[in-house]
Design a protein around this ligand. Structure first.
Ligand SMILES: *Cc1c(COP(=O)(O)O)cnc(C)c1O
Length: 223
């Protein structure tokens, strides 16, 4: 039988100290989160605003909530008071709204810029050119209540491990470029969010600092 406690413990023990585990609890009931919590996991990722709000209000305050899904601008206000990190930022409009809501709540909200590197055209995210343009437009200084902590991406959903690793590698090289060009004096620009249940080992080889793992910890999702 699948044990959330055992799987979480095992993965936490095997991770290098510089890699953080984001336990992706979307669609799982809060009891699953409590099990992972009981063995020390504190960072959880959700992709639906409504579901996140319900879980956040029902679960312990020392949980660090990350938003990992597509975020609509009109929903930012609901998570702005408590969210620790928004991984999936892919437009200036969204940056502007996060800044506006963060200011209302007297916060600076951490975000990652989501890149589109995968081959599939269904995936969201900024192309490298779009991401460059956004950074060149000086979002760093124009939106003082948003702090860009790094970048996020999803690899193509394919079996070819070489392709997946190449995509992580591309993201890793791009991170270095962005760091040196825009954030060389900013100690907070450190995060590389890539790797999921099926590819987190490849992701760690390519310098991931945050893996987002769901099914491996919690079992198969019932839709
Ligand atoms: C669902 C999801 C994950 C986790 O996927 P698993 O295959 O369950 O590990 C990671 N990242 C994002 C953006 C997701 O939507």
């Amino acid at each position: 039988m699948h044990s959330v406690k055992a799987e979480t413990k095992k993965l936490l023990a095997e991770l290098p100290s510089e890699v953080r585990l984001v336990a992706v609890s979307k669609y799982y009931p809060k009891e699953y989160i409590e099990e992972a919590y009981s063995v020390g996991q504190r960072v959880f990722g959700e992709s639906n605003v409504q579901e996140l709000r319900l879980k956040q209000s029902a679960l312990p305050d020392d949980i660090e909530w990350h938003f990992i899904g597509h975020l609509q601008t009109n929903k930012v206000k609901y998570i702005a008071p408590f969210i620790s990190l928004i991984h999936s930022v892919d437009s200036e409009r969204l940056v502007a709204e996060i800044d506006r809501q963060a200011k209302r709540f007297g916060r600076v909200v951490d975000i990652l810029l989501e890149l589109h590197i995968a081959q599939e055209d269904t995936k969201t995210g900024l192309t490298l050119d779009e991401c460059n343009a956004l950074l060149e437009s000086d979002i760093k200084n124009r939106y003082p209540n948003v702090r860009v902590r790094g970048i996020m991406m999803m690899a193509s959903n394919v079996d070819d491990e070489r392709q997946i690793e190449q995509e992580f590698h591309k993201a890793s090289e791009y991170f270095d470029f962005v760091k040196s060009r825009f954030f060389s004096n900013d100690d907070y620009f450190t995060e590389r969010s890539w790797g999921m249940s099926d590819d987190y080992e490849l992701a760690i080889r390519q310098r991931s600092t945050m893996i987002r793992v769901g099914t491996k910890l919690f079992g198969t999702r019932e839709a």
